[in-house]
Write a protein that binds this ligand. Structure first.
Ligand SMILES: [Fe+2]
Ligand SMILES: [Fe+2]
Length: 502
């Protein structure tokens, strides 16, 4: 584990164009929160140094705020230097939600959100050989040779005659309109509003003409990245969209899951290796989420729904560590990133539950997991040609290419104007898990395991109306030593293994 973690940290700094000195690495490895401290070193502004030194790590450790109370249950006392081989079962790396907005007016708050997004993603793109002669937009001159810019896509249009793309991109120096010829390789992947891209350009030959895009470079996930691994065989099970309180909650299938986790039935050996449960949101059905929802509710009171959720989760063995994030049906502010459940609701859940924000990034025995409910599917699926609810993992690949979970502003996913864009995907996870689509999907992209973790709600009248056919009562069991996956179906008694994809 220490070796795997060491590689993981080196790769993380490398992605941020930093070289970590041996002593600094040693000090990080001796921390109880090595990934969290590393992230803080990278995010500390002001240091243009390409190196990460012992002093920088010491400063980050000293500046650390006390950990989120929800993380306390998983904390171990800080490891001593000679203790580096101790595995950390649960490390909270970051929660997407950081405090309420600080700016006094909404416009300033949103502008600092987009500035944060631009800076975080531009940092990943800067220095790439594909983006030679990188310039601020304001420094581009017509008649120059090829140059590159990093821009936030403000607008995407199509020319009426030849269906070329017209993009308006912004950076901190200005704004630029560019042409993407229809037949160019850069036009193969659609551009989404508010994503950050690197563009290699042929500047206009004369003033008044448009620069042409020669190639596009997205932040993406590095290839051949070492993934986090547990040293000993342990597994995690991924679930989503329980919708407790709904008339359509599948209590019978849930009972099969409880039996499995308690070691009854043919897969007892696998169940005994499961140490973690992750639930990717829509924990309860909520109230007033869609028109006439009360017809679909078995429990009409939201506090009672969480009490029932607490009872359902306490049916699972108490040795399990359970991480939950909220979704759009939960009783927190719907704007993303969403904060963790408020304390009175958390109090209804058993003590082995870590209630985190949506999204959140954490490590399970060194395996970095990002859990995001997936509300942005509602915006990304209509915006990406060919994308469907039946294949949410295709959209998740796109999220990784953009290194952003919900870029589109002003559509169905409300965004909260926080000073830091908590929907940027950094660090790159080993496992990205979502829900919301109520289907089941598993895929891999550049070494990242992508999971859309099904639902425990049968089809509702409202979904029938909207032509959504759920794939319920499935779960993904992942071996944390090698990220091998077993997909299980609990809809008919003992779990049926669907193999590696399901
Ligand atoms: Fe849901
Ligand atoms: Fe949802």
């Amino acid at each position: 584990m220490a070796d795997s973690l060491r590689e993981h940290l080196v790769a993380y700094f490398e992605e941020h164009h930093r070289l970590v000195e041996a002593g600094a690495l040693q000090l990080l490895l001796a921390q109880s929160h090595p990934l969290l401290v590393s992230r803080e070193v990278v995010e500390t502004p002001g240091s243009g140094s390409p190196f990460v030194t012992v002093e920088m790590v010491e400063r980050a450790i000293a500046a650390r705020e006390p950990p989120h109370p929800s993380a306390l249950a998983g904390l171990k006392p800080a490891a001593r230097r000679e203790d580096v081989r101790v595995e950390i079962p649960f490390e909270l790396i970051q929660e997407g939600f950081v405090g309420p907005p600080v700016a006094s007016d909404a416009l300033a708050a949103y502008s600092s959100l987009f500035q944060s997004r631009y800076r975080s993603l531009a940092r990943l793109l800067r220095g790439r050989p594909e983006l030679g002669n990188l310039r601020p937009i304001a420094a581009l001159r017509s008649g120059d040779g090829p140059a590159s810019v990093i821009g936030l896509v403000r607008e995407v249009r199509t020319t009426s005659k030849r269906h070329h793309l017209l993009l308006t991109v912004d950076d901190e120096s200005g704004s630029l309109e560019v042409l993407v010829p229809q037949d160019s390789p850069a036009a193969k992947t659609s551009f989404l509003p508010d994503e950050v891209v690197g563009l290699k350009l042929q500047p206009a030959r004369e003033a008044g003409k448009l620069a042409r895009v020669l190639a596009v470079e997205r932040p993406d996930v590095p290839t051949a990245r070492p993934v986090g691994r547990s040293a000993r065989r342990r597994r995690a099970i991924f679930l989503s969209d329980l919708h407790v309180g709904s008339r359509s909650f599948l209590s019978e299938s849930w009972g099969h899951l409880v039996d499995f986790l308690r070691g009854r039935g043919p897969l007892a050996e696998m169940a005994a290796e499961i140490e973690h449960v992750v639930v990717a949101g829509d924990l309860v059905d909520g109230i007033g989420v869609y028109p006439q929802q009360e017809r679909d509710l078995a429990i009409a009171d939201v506090v009672e729904q969480y009490a029932e959720l607490g009872r359902r989760l306490s049916e699972l063995p108490s040795r399990l560590s359970i991480v939950v994030v909220p979704g759009n049906h939960d009783a927190v502010c719907p704007a993303e990133p969403q904060p963790a459940l408020p304390a009175p609701l958390r109090a209804a859940l058993p003590a082995n539950v870590h209630s985190l924000a949506n999204p959140s990034t954490f490590a399970l025995h060194g395996v970095v997991v990002e859990a995001y409910h997936g509300r942005s599917f509602d915006d990304l699926i209509p915006a990406i040609p060919g994308a469907t609810y039946a294949r949410p993992t295709d959209v998740m690949k796109r999220m990784l290419q953009m290194r952003h979970l919900a870029p589109i502003y002003g559509d169905r996913t409300p965004l909260s104007p926080l000073p830091r864009d908590g929907l940027v995907v950094d660090p790159a996870p080993d496992i990205l898990v979502t829900g919301h689509a109520h289907t089941y999907g598993a895929d891999r992209y550049r070494g990242v395991l992508l999971l859309n973790a099904s639902t425990w709600q049968a089809e509702t009248e409202y979904q029938r109306m909207r032509n959504i056919s759920p794939v319920p009562a499935r779960a993904a069991v992942v071996d944390l030593t090698n990220l091998d996956l077993v997909s299980l179906d609990f809809s008919a008694g003992d779990p049926v293994s669907l193999g590696a994809t399901g």
